[in-house]
Design a protein around this ligand. Structure first.
Ligand code: AMP
Ligand code: MN
Ligand code: MN
Length: 313
């Protein structure tokens, strides 16, 4: 059932125990949203746990509360609501099975499958963290510096530091309000942009695989399992090819297992969320992804063909 921001706030207010979760391969928005909402709910006296069915990337360790994030280890979980942030039910792993509480879903992906018991969907928001800020206002909770930093990380990572087309006046107003709480943007960008030597070497190897398609309207990076196995994250790799002059769609395909490839797509014009959704994934018009259960070679040929057919320019 689709609900309003007000009803979302009301439901959170009446609950006592909540479990917050987000998508696997969690990003800055997934974790920032969980930590921001946890702070709001704790201010209201609620018992809150964040449980994520995946490793949380170490670049987020600057966030206070990072060490309290749990992995699902128990057989079953009790709560008044299972709150799913920044994803719908199909991308949160085992928790949906293990926690039978009603699902309250807060998301900004237009491709959300709308299966949650209660869904607040704001596709016009650049980040789920931006919605968490709205919820704080609705519930009359002021963020402190630490929780404001978590929300800011969500905004900054989903907008490429306020560069992408999803950045709205509301995004900027939200960021301004967070800076007023003491958030230091340079501390955050340094922490996020700092990369291990191994990752920079991985980036160098990844860039050697760059290829152009469709007269230069699409570009791709193709990472073998041998390479992805050795690097903790490929966050930001795709940005290095979306800047190629004339490229509309940029793609990063990485084998996360020999027969499983994770796909990231970015575009300037073409709606890549349509193709991602058709292939079982989702996202936004200009940033989307999916998982394909083939080896790298087969995924590359299949996907690049589909992308070339779907180019809108
Ligand atoms: P990424 O390329 O992983 O940064 O993802 C780009 C956007 O697409 C983000 O908003 C993701 O949440 C979304 N996305 C990526 N993979 C999937 C998927 N398998 N299913 C649904 N949404 C996805
Ligand atoms: Mn996300
Ligand atoms: Mn997001």
């Amino acid at each position: 059932m689709i609900i309003s921001l007000k009803e979302t706030a009301e439901r959170l207010k009446t609950a006592n125990e909540l479990i917050l979760t987000a998508h696997i391969s969690p990003d800055g928005d997934a974790i920032g949203s969980c930590l921001g909402l946890k702070y709001i709910l704790e201010q209201l006296g609620k018992k809150v746990r964040i449980i994520i069915d995946d490793d949380v990337p170490s670049f987020l360790k600057i966030l206070s509360g990072y060490n309290d994030i749990e992995k699902p280890q128990e057989e079953s979980y009790q709560a008044d609501y299972l709150v799913i942030l920044d994803a719908c039910l199909d991308r949160v792993g085992s928790l949906v099975e293990k926690c039978k509480a009603p699902v309250l879903n807060i998301d900004h992906h237009a491709t959300n499958d709308k299966r949650a018991d209660y869904l607040y969907l704001a596709a016009e928001r650049a980040a789920t963290a931006e919605i968490v800020f709205d919820l704080g206002q609705e519930l009359g909770v002021e963020f402190d510096k630490e929780s404001a930093t978590a929300v800011y990380i969500g905004l900054a990572t989903d907008t490429g530091y306020f560069k992408y087309s999803n950045t709205s006046p509301h995004t900027m107003r939200t960021a301004a309000a967070l800076l007023e709480k003491g958030v230091r943007p340079e501390t955050i960008s340094e922490a996020i942009e700092t990369k291990d030597f191994a990752i920079v070497r991985g980036l160098a190897k990844a860039l050697q695989t760059v290829e152009l398609f469709a007269d230069g309207r699409a570009a791709g990076l193709f990472l073998e399992y041998d390479l992805t196995e050795t690097i903790e994250t490929t966050e930001g790799f795709i940005d290095e090819i979306r800047i190629i002059d004339g490229v509309d769609v940029a793609v990063l395909i990485k084998a996360v297992q020999p027969e499983v490839c994770r796909v990231s797509m970015r575009s300037k014009v073409t709606d890549v969320s349509k193709l991602a959704a058709r292939l079982g994934g989702g996202g936004h018009k200009k940033a989307a992804g999916c998982t394909i259960y083939k080896n790298l070679y087969d995924t590359k040929h299949y996907l690049m063909d589909e992308i070339i057919k779907s180019l809108e320019v």
